[in-house]
Design a protein around this ligand. Structure first.
Ligand code: B30
Ligand code: ZN
Length: 260
């Protein structure tokens, strides 16, 4: 279905709560991650959360939903840790029109040109991602900051298909397998975690956020290609950019970390 919400003045984040009341809640995302106020929790790495996807994704589709690109699949993969099992649903990104902004989370006040979200649902407790998306503890989203640097080879497989999804509501397929581990930073033992929400409508407060400290890199040319997608914005060129929400206060929540 087409989503009427967006990032313009008339349908942007400050208007979402009219139609999506959860957007005004006390457990919303994104947040500024303040490492100094994060609580060190050794138990998070004992045993460590291995983001140990069992197999590559096949039969992936890539779409432009008007507010991001999205890669999803019919095939299954999951990461497990101790008593947890989180099944992959989709990944997408948020980005700016320039390199000085674009991520949703901030790290010690610093924002990045883009942020990757790998969305998973709790398949120990729920039977579908739709069911899980509305309920606390239903989703786990891995957040990965992107900085400018070397080209990202795994993202290149996705970006190389962008011409086919330039227009909103278009869809194509990605041939070959996608290994989700290729999208994580080199160091996955250092992360921050807190209870938050979907950063887009319906803004359900169902997400255990896991945001890695280490960024991945994309080349300038790859970032430029992200910015070449078209959205539904009123701006003259319809460029799909600046698809990020403003920061929300942590409030009474606690931020935990594995970083010493
Ligand atoms: S995020 O990672 O917090 N940015 C959803 C999942 C993860 C995030 C945000 C939203 C999600 O599952 N949303 C519901 C599905 N969407 C469909 C869609 O992606 O296309 C419904 C919608 O938004 O109305 Cu437009
Ligand atoms: Zn997202």
């Amino acid at each position: 279905q087409k989503c009427l919400w967006g990032y313009d003045n008339d349908n942007g984040p400050h208007t979402w709560c009219r139609q999506y009341p959860k957007a005004a809640g006390a457990f919303q995302s994104p947040i500024n991650i303040d490492p100094a106020s994060a609580i060190y929790a050794a138990r998070l790495n004992n045993p460590p959360l291995h983001f140990n996807y069992q197999q590559a994704l096949t039969g992936c589709s890539l779409c432009n939903n008007g507010h991001s690109f999205q890669v999803s699949t019919e095939s299954d993969t999951a990461w497990r840790a101790a008593h947890l099992r989180y099944q992959f649903a989709q990944f997408h990104m948020h980005w700016g029109s320039g390199n000085g902004w674009g991520s949703e989370h901030a790290l010690d006040g610093k924002v990045f040109p883009a942020e990757l979200h790998l969305v998973h649902w709790n398949s120990k407790k729920f039977t579908s991602s739709q069911e899980a998306a509305a309920i606390k503890d239903g989703l786990a989203v891995l957040g990965v900051f992107v900085e400018v640097g070397l080209a990202h080879p795994a993202l290149e497989r996705v970006l190389s298909r962008f011409e086919a999804i330039r227009q909103p509501d278009s869809k194509t397929s990605i041939s070959g397998g996608i290994n989700l581990a290729d999208f994580l930073p080199s160091n996955t033992t250092e992360f921050f975690t807190y209870e938050g929400s979907l950063t887009t409508p319906p803004c359900f407060e169902s997400v255990q956020w896991i945001v890695f400290r280490k960024p991945i890199t994309m080349s300038q040319e790859q970032l430029d290609r992200l910015r070449s997608l078209k959205g539904r914005s009123q701006s003259s060129d319809q460029q799909l950019v600046n698809n990020y929400r403003h920061l929300i206060p942590l409030g009474s929540r606690k931020l935990y970390t594995t970083c010493k």
